[in-house]
Design a protein around this ligand. Structure first.
Ligand code: ZN
Length: 510
């Protein structure tokens, strides 16, 4: 006979059910990673079916009434546990996941997923031709399905709230309107002021750089910073991403453009940030729903922190530029570290989000956030979206996209996902990164000097201790408050931008 009390037995049963779900999800991720890296194109149809089947089984297990009953039975047990214990956190997070999953009828999940596949295929054809009309009916249907998705959560204050909560738990439209409105009002004048100054030169990045040598440089850089290649790998894909199969197998990919050195360097650093986060989670959380990043915004913050706050800093290039120069002596032999640092920080009023600099990037995101909210709330019809898009670009960035490819068709998000809840994580990530990095520098002012000397341990260890190891034990809001002592606000990001770009563009506000 077991000596365990009933709740303990039930907890173990719950944990084992959750482990099955995690394993199914991880198996689906391996199939997806393979599809994006090495699968021959002929495998596409069968692979799509295999991934969908694993995801469906995982969803069924998560919505199984037996799992729900276990979570109900364990409520009293949970109350006796400390909030930050693994057990209490696991129960809290599993309950949240299961409560959300059961709201969405499974036939709706199938309907949405089928529509997303068709919409993506239409977009892939329409984008090169710049033909918005071709995808318009699909986007109208996506809007309808997104509104329907939101309607499964009738208690929400705003229609976008449940869509946002999928990625960023606890974040509401009301909070984002306030944060993003304030950020926009501070960034637009900065962008205007920088445009008046003599412009930085980034032409040195557009020479011919050999593919293998770029990959070699990225590999060595990641290793030097602390990405563990014994528990990961680096491959090439057209769209860079990070895939986690377990805490000890977190892989990333990068994109290499032989005519643009910044592409491979910064996409590698970005994905490495995501990967360091996953590799740094406490091993005790393995195979539970806690073994993941706290939220979309928190994950993005770690990618942005390494890509920009570290990777585009002067200290970083003091350390790595001699090495890069040695790798590409023909192209960079005559370039100084100052010139290189300026080149990777050039601010451009461009219509394209993905290649945007640190100053303009959030304006691209805020435009999308505002437009998707207008569509969800029925204030903007899909047919009027291209004009509304162009008008906002003119107002906020002083540039009108020359064609729909570089306008309303540029991002895949709305065409293979939902409208709403898609873009906020990027800007939340930048704000969180600024607030955490500012805190790290207060506690360890030696970080820039350490980085200059090639020592990334001080910062990496601080992030592991304060952010990574917790996984999903705390929400992003709880973590930001716990680490920095304040709720999320825009000032650290604005301070960082004004200081860094004020120096680079020799502004008189410095
Ligand atoms: Zn990212």
């Amino acid at each position: 006979m077991s000596t365990r009390s009933k709740p303990e037995t039930q907890y173990l049963e719950l944990r084992s059910r959750l482990q099955e779900i995690r394993d199914l999800e991880a198996a689906a991720s391996v199939l997806q990673w393979d599809r994006a890296t090495y699968m021959p194109t002929g495998g596409a149809i069968a692979r799509g079916r295999q991934i969908a089947m694993l995801r469906q089984i995982a969803h069924e297990k998560l919505t199984d009434p037996a799992l729900h009953d276990l979570l109900e039975d364990l409520k009293d047990y949970e109350r006796l546990l400390p909030y930050n214990s693994i057990e209490a956190s696991l129960l809290r997070v599993a309950r949240r996941d299961s409560q959300r999953a059961v709201r969405i009828p499974s036939d709706f999940v199938v309907k949405l997923s089928q529509h997303q596949t068709e919409s993506y295929m239409a977009w892939a054809k329409a984008k090169p031709e710049g033909d918005f009309e071709r995808v318009r009916p699909f986007l109208e249907k996506t809007l309808e399905l997104s509104q329907q998705w939101a309607s499964f959560f009738p208690e929400s204050e705003c229609i976008a709230d449940p869509l946002i909560a999928r990625e960023d738990e606890g974040v509401t439209t009301r909070m984002l309107k306030q944060l993003f409105g304030e950020l926009r009002s501070k960034l637009v004048p900065i962008v205007d002021a920088l445009a008046e100054r003599p412009q930085l030169d980034n032409s040195l990045l557009s020479q011919e750089f050999e593919e293998e040598m770029q990959l070699g440089f990225c590999h060595k850089t990641l290793e030097r910073i602390g990405y563990d290649f014994e528990r990961g790998r680096l491959d090439r894909t057209p769209h860079p991403f990070t895939a986690r199969f377990s805490i000890d197998d977190v892989r990333l990919t990068t994109r290499i453009d032989t005519h643009d050195l910044s592409e491979s360097v910064f996409s590698s650093l970005h994905e490495m940030g995501h990967a360091l986060y996953e590799q740094g989670i406490d091993p005790a959380l393995e195979a539970t729903p806690l073994a993941a990043g706290a939220s979309g915004g928190m994950h993005e913050s770690q990618a942005r922190l390494w890509e920009n706050f570290v990777g585009r800093s002067r200290a970083f290039w003091e350390c790595f530029f001699p090495w890069l120069q040695g790798t590409f002596l023909r192209q960079l032999g005559q370039v100084s570290v100052n010139e290189f640092y300026a080149a990777v920080n050039k601010v451009i009023r461009s219509p394209i989000r993905t290649s945007a600099d640190e100053v303009t990037y959030n304006l691209h995101v805020i435009i999308r956030f505002d437009l998707e909210l207008e569509m969800l709330e029925g204030r903007l019809a899909v047919k009027d979206l291209p004009d509304a898009w162009n008008e906002r670009y003119r107002q906020d960035l002083g540039v009108v996209p020359p064609n729909p490819q570089s306008g309303v068709l540029q991002d895949v998000h709305w065409y293979m996902g939902t409208i709403g809840g898609q873009f906020q994580s990027y800007t939340l990530g930048n704000l969180i990164a600024a607030q955490l990095f500012e805190t790290a520098l207060k506690i360890h002012p030696e970080i820039p000097v350490d980085i200059e000397r090639g020592n990334f341990e001080t910062l990496h260890r601080w992030l592991k201790r304060n952010v990574y190891r917790h996984g999903r034990k705390f929400t992003a809001d709880e973590l930001v408050l716990k680490v920095s002592g304040k709720p999320l606000y825009v000032d650290p990001f604005v301070r960082y931008i004004r200081n860094k770009f004020g120096h680079l563009y020799e502004m008189d506000w410095i």
